[in-house]
Design a protein around this ligand. Structure first.
Ligand SMILES: [Zn+2]
Length: 360
């Protein structure tokens, strides 16, 4: 009389009692293959279960119980074999000298409620992720370019020719070869317009460098993200709507913003998007009449310089300004992090001390 359950049991026992493999990693692979063969969805034990329906009714109950018993037996045997292989693997690692289980974990000096602290993203990295998530959701792509630029991409192509007084607006470092650590990521916009045909929608996050006197709101190396949108019929209305949506995503609808005219050589007209000072809420002074250290009594903070791309910039990149128009904007996202968390000094984000970062 045929005994399908007995056959599967015998087959498994033969495999399970076979010589264990060395190194233990090979043995663990072998055990996994056995698990799939016997316990997997298309495995031998499930195949037995499928025979249940073909049996006479009075035999089904016993048969089902026997198959379940076999399933438990196989599972237990595999777990035991696996544990033995893992123990051998640890012993081998100890012998080889590369595993020292007595070493403390990385986090023993930073425990929260007795558990190792998990850590989290730095607020600037987190802001970068938010910028990318927001603008890629609007159909922008992320572009990158070199941090050391030639002066054409950093200045000339942006309508800032040599000896133009506007070049003094950027306190620029120069290498001994006459190249510049880029003063803005606008150079990436130029490279994008040179290599792509409109319509173009890109953001270019990255590091920038300026010979600044370091204070609460200025650093010599900082993070910026610029955006560029070129298409037919692009207007200031598109620019305003895009940036308003972004500021509301970041700060909610309650933070007041305003646009005011500003001069930047690569846009015409140029604008500044200002946000209300988070510290004095636009008053410029605290309750005792002391000047606000963040906005220096202005009540507003410049957040996003922006404007319509200057026709000369389009021409420099081989794009016909009679057909195409576009807007561009740039933002220091270190400053956005300050605004978002109410931090009064930019340097706190870079001084390597964890007491501020852990609060965010
Ligand atoms: Zn203020």
């Amino acid at each position: 009389m045929s005994d399908p359950i007995g056959q599967v049991r015998a087959a498994f026992q033969a495999e399970a009692s076979a010589q264990t493999l060395d190194p233990p990693a090979l043995e663990l692979e072998r055990l996994e293959r056995l698990r799939v063969r016997f316990l997997g969805k298309k495995g031998d034990i499930n195949a037995l279960m499928r025979q249940l329906g073909k049996l006479p009714k009075d035999q089904r109950r016993d048969f089902g119980q026997a198959v379940n018993a076999l399933k438990t037996e196989v599972n237990d045997a595999l777990l035991t074999l696996k544990a033995a292989a893992n123990t051998r693997a640890e012993a081998a690692a100890l012998d080889a000298g590369w595993l020292d289980p007595t070493l403390p974990t990385h986090a023993t000096d930073a425990r929260v409620d007795g558990l190792p602290a998990m850590g989290h993203q730095h607020p600037i990295t987190s802001m970068l992720d938010t910028v990318i998530d927001h603008f890629t959701g609007l159909g922008f792509e992320v572009a990158s370019g070199p941090e050391i630029e030639d002066t054409w991409h950093n200045f000339d192509a942006l309508n800032i020719p040599k000896d133009h007084p506007a070049r003094d607006m950027w306190d620029t470092f120069y290498t001994t070869q006459g190249e510049v650590p880029r003063t803005h990521t606008s150079s990436v916009q130029i490279r994008t317009m040179q290599t792509q045909t409109p319509p173009i929608r890109v953001i270019s996050p990255g590091k920038c460098f300026r010979n600044e006197t370091i204070d609460a709101t200025h650093l010599a190396a900082f993070n910026q993200c610029e955006g560029l949108y070129i298409d037919k019929g692009v207007s200031l209305g598109h620019l305003k709507a895009t940036l308003e949506g972004w500021i509301q995503r970041l700060f909610g609808p309650d933070l007041q913003i305003r646009f005011r005219p500003a001069f930047y050589p690569f846009v015409e007209p140029g604008l500044d998007l200002d946000a209300q000072c988070f510290l004095c809420h636009g008053d410029g002074h605290n309750d005792d009449g002391v000047a606000c250290p963040v906005c220096r009594t202005k009540g507003w903070l410049e957040v996003i310089p922006c404007g319509m791309v200057h026709p000369n910039v389009l021409r420099n990149c081989g794009i016909d300004p009679d057909i195409w128009s576009g807007f561009a904007f740039g933002m220091g996202f270190d400053r956005l992090v300050m605004l978002q968390h109410g931090i009064d000094d930019l340097r706190r984000l870079y001084n390597g001390r964890l007491d501020l970062v852990r609060q965010l």
